[in-house]
Design a protein around this ligand. Structure first.
Ligand code: PNW
Length: 450
């Protein structure tokens, strides 16, 4: 029985959930007519993923989803964020619908609802059909049209049963890591030339918001990754570099979505691609603003001859996760308060659509996964959200990344973010101690129930 006073308290109706993404958990890459995605291609190239792995099997969630939904029920979460794999629905990104792919999400959604878990569906969590990439991918404006069609297809199938919709997950990571520095698929290293990708992803967001609503969706938002940017010093060079990187990582996406304009410093790099009416298309009223939060970043000016004008510096004095990411919950609270103060009426209710950390411990001799650092992470970050709420920020939910350990992109299976441990040999699921803690947190929200 949980003692309520030991757990952060959120208002009644606050939704606790977990998150995953299709390519990271599903596996079954060759099944039911699924087409090839850019991540299948990327992971097949030597040297792209640290352990040489791919999402071909991953957590086999495609076949084990009922077991995974049962875990959510045990957790007591009433929300689950997953993504739909575009190549399962339209194997080449255009044309006829692959009904078997759609049927999978149909079954998943029914299973969730039967377990009392409200679905949040992301349409694009990075697995672009390879056929579209062959035609330029997100550098090609036509991909926006293809995405709007796809949004209509999925919306018409699931629109009535999915509580919340997210068109595009983290357009900044796709732009910068996928096309800017090539750490993610499709592995292009275009640096600032990648900015048209941002514009097309933003247009795709806007078009999908409209398409989903036309198909009957009632709550449509976004899931933008935000990192508070801290200058390495008060030297004007460091401050300027920080301001520029903040514009590229944060403002480039949130300002067009909420205000219908690009940050002034970046406008010259984008104007050749922006047509009449585009910014109105991007700025759709949103039912919620989803924030994926992991950590702040410390930025300094780079050397004169460097490829990019900014560089990342180590944030000293904080605990770090296995990924090396600093654990700074206060930065989440302060960022939420700043966000609300800056955008006020332009800001819809916020949902934390991802938050979590990687720690790699496996089961001990007794089969227990003692991941105390993850409990500390979750406790302090949920507490930061609770404090922001007390200060007047309207946050409605917290979705922990992730339900289960999964394929962590270019880190392969070497980083584990799950509340549930996955043995990739046997596919055995073992709830970690953090799973029990999260369940207790949820029970502690309604004292007397338990
Ligand atoms: C997010 N960064 O990715 C994604 O939405 C998830 O799919 C992923 O598993 C999770 O966070 C953990 O990495 C990110 O460089 C990738 O700051 C890169 C960054 C942040 C988030």
């Amino acid at each position: 029985m949980a003692h309520p006073e030991e757990y952060p308290q959120l208002p009644p109706g606050f939704r606790f959930g977990t998150s995953t993404a299709a390519y990271q958990v599903e596996g079954a890459a060759q099944e039911d007519g699924r087409g090839t995605s850019v991540w299948d291609t990327f992971t097949a190239e030597p040297g792209r993923v640290v352990d040489g792995s791919s999402g071909a099997v991953a957590c086999d969630h495609y076949h084990r989803f009922a077991e995974d939904v049962a875990l959510m029920k045990r957790l007591g979460t009433t929300g689950y964020r997953f993504s739909v794999a575009w190549p399962r629905i339209q194997p080449t990104g255009r044309g006829a619908v692959e009904q078997r792919g759609l049927d999978f999400y149909d079954r998943l959604v029914d299973e969730l609802l039967a377990a009392g878990v409200q679905p949040m569906a992301t349409l694009f969590h990075w697995d672009l059909p390879q056929a579209l990439e062959d035609d330029g991918g997100w550098l090609n404006r036509d991909t926006v049209e293809r995405f709007a069609d796809y949004a209509t297809i999925v919306g018409q199938c699931l629109g009535d049963r999915v509580e919340h919709w997210v068109p595009v997950n983290e357009p900044n990571v796709v732009t910068l890591m996928g096309y800017g520095i090539g750490m993610h698929a499709p592995g292009k290293t275009m640096m600032f030339e990648a900015l048209p990708v941002a514009h097309h992803l933003l247009l795709a967001h806007g078009r999908a918001v409209v398409a989903l609503r036309e198909a009957g969706a009632s709550s449509v938002g976004c899931a933008n990754n935000h990192a508070p940017m801290w200058p390495a010093s008060d030297d004007p060079a460091d401050v300027g570099a920080t301001k520029l990187f903040d514009a590229v990582w944060n403002a480039l996406f949130l300002e067009p979505m909420l205000l219908g304009r690009y940050p002034v410093d970046l406008q010259p790099l984008l104007e050749a691609h922006v047509r009449e009416g585009d910014l109105a298309t991007i700025r759709q009223p949103l039912d919620f603003y989803g924030v994926n939060y992991y950590n702040p970043m410390k930025i300094g000016a780079a050397a004169e001859d460097a490829e990019l004008p900014f560089e990342f510096r180590e944030l000293v004095g904080y605990p770090v996760t296995d990924f090396g990411w600093p654990v700074v919950p206060d930065a989440l609270r302060e960022w939420l308060i700043m966000f609300r103060a800056r955008f006020r009426a332009a800001l819809p209710p916020i949902i934390i659509t991802e938050s979590g950390c990687s720690y790699g411990m496996g089961p001990d001799a007794d089969g227990v996964v003692d991941d105390q650092p993850r409990i500390d992470y979750l406790r302090s970050h949920v507490q930061a959200v609770a404090e922001a709420v007390q200060r007047g920020v309207d946050v409605r939910g917290y979705y922990a990344w992730s339900l289960i350990d999964n394929f962590e992109w270019s880190e392969g299976y070497t980083q584990r973010f799950g509340l549930v441990h996955v043995d990739y040999e046997t596919q055995a699921r073992t709830p970690k101690r953090s799973f029990e803690w999260y369940a207790d947190l949820i029970r502690a929200q309604t004292p007397g129930r338990g």
